[in-house]
Design a protein. Structure first.
Length: 376
């Protein structure tokens, strides 16, 4: 009986140990899974996008596959026909403690043509168009914001045509597509060269882009720093009175409003930027100017938010959002939410509050940092 009791006790102890080990393994697996996130991206041929995204530090795995269509578990032949509704995509599994979602998108955008919604390089058709399948509202907002900044940067010369699509399902591609660039090096190298992908990317980011890589975020921040590092100072009231006309002083210093259709820039169609009449702060660009029909110059957004401030104006029966220059504190006009895409805003400005600098004069007048606005 004693021997039997000892045997039972030992078996119980072993069972408890085994349970603990398996429980630990399950918890470790759950912890590992919880520390990774997934980005689902479409940038043309998934052989190429898979190889490019796997080079990013913090990326754990990249799987080629299909998303966005109607068929369950589609084949490559079905997707490549362009009739299934799917797009060739990659699932990028990454560690958010090492690399952020924006940084994954940064790597993605620097290795595709985000301006072509009819295909990707040599591969034509909707199944090869660029897209971001967002898996959460946070991913959607990050992607939207980052794309707006890339658009403003103007590095791609053309408007972005990358779609934002809610993620529903990912179907892994056939095994022979996975890590194709490693398992079929000769064929992959030839395909990539012939596709024109690298030639295009060299033209955008420079032929030394691999040796001297610069991220889009670094470009955006450098442009912003370059644009804002110049300081502006508001002159004394005495100087301002001498510098401005009576109308300009009334508008900028006394919060006045000029007459509609009877002001200098309401119908100006020339290329250039509009700066504060008092300090010279860059405010708006002709690239964002549109015909609003109001009789005042209207813009969809400022050149740089660092040079404008907004505050509530109660001078009429209903409150309005007044727009003033940052350093000059000049009254410029008001902003309304009845503007065009992509901002939906209408910055309704007074011509008397601004001075127009033609594109041809921007460099010599110290506004060369903004010539990128006209490169798209």
């Amino acid at each position: 009986m004693k021997t039997s009791s000892k045997l039972v006790a030992r078996l119980a102890a072993l069972l408890l140990l085994a349970t603990s080990i398996f429980s630990y393994a399950d918890n470790a697996s759950e912890t590992k899974a919880a520390t990774t996130e997934i980005a689902t991206l479409a940038g043309g041929c998934f052989w190429c996008t898979e190889s490019d995204l796997e080079k990013l530090n913090g990326v754990i795995d990249v799987v080629s596959g299909y998303s966005g269509g109607q068929l369950e578990n589609p084949s490559y032949d079905q997707v490549s026909s362009g009739k299934s509704g799917h797009i060739e995509v990659i699932n990028v599994v990454y560690d958010p403690a090492v690399v952020s979602y924006e940084q994954v998108l940064d790597q993605f955008f620097r290795h595709i043509d985000p301006t072509d919604d009819k295909g990707s390089f040599v591969d034509r058709g909707p199944q090869y168009r660029p897209a971001i399948f967002f898996r959460s509202e946070e991913q959607k907002l990050v992607a939207q914001s980052f794309m707006e900044e890339i658009e403003a940067l103007g590095v791609f010369k053309k408007p972005l045509k990358t779609e934002l699509i809610p993620f529903k399902k990912f179907w892994p591609a056939e095994d022979y597509h996975q890590d194709y660039y490693q398992r079929n090096k000769v064929r992959y190298t030839y395909y990539r060269y012939a596709s024109g992908r690298d030639k295009y990317l060299d033209g955008i980011f420079g032929s030394d882009r691999k040796e001297n890589s610069v991220t889009l975020r670094e470009m955006i921040d450098a442009r912003s720093k370059q644009a804002t590092e110049k300081t502006y100072t508001k002159p004394s009231d005495e100087v301002i009175r001498k510098q401005l006309t009576e109308q300009q002083y009334y508008v900028t210093q006394e919060d006045g409003t000029e007459k509609a259709f009877q002001n200098e820039y309401w119908d100006n169609k020339a290329e250039g930027i509009y700066v504060d009449i008092v300090t010279g702060e860059p405010l708006f660009s002709s690239t964002d100017k549109y015909k609003s029909g109001t009789g005042w110059p209207s813009f969809s957004k400022p050149i740089n938010d660092a040079f404008v401030t907004e505050q509530t104006d109660f001078k009429l029966i209903f409150p309005r959002t007044e727009v003033r220059s940052k350093y000059g504190d000049s009254h410029l006009g008001h902003v309304f939410d009845d503007g065009p895409d992509p901002t939906g805003l209408r910055y309704c400005m007074n011509s008397a509050a601004m001075r127009f600098v033609p594109k041809a004069d921007m460099e010599k007048e110290g506004y060369g940092a903004y010539l990128y606005l006209f490169e798209q």
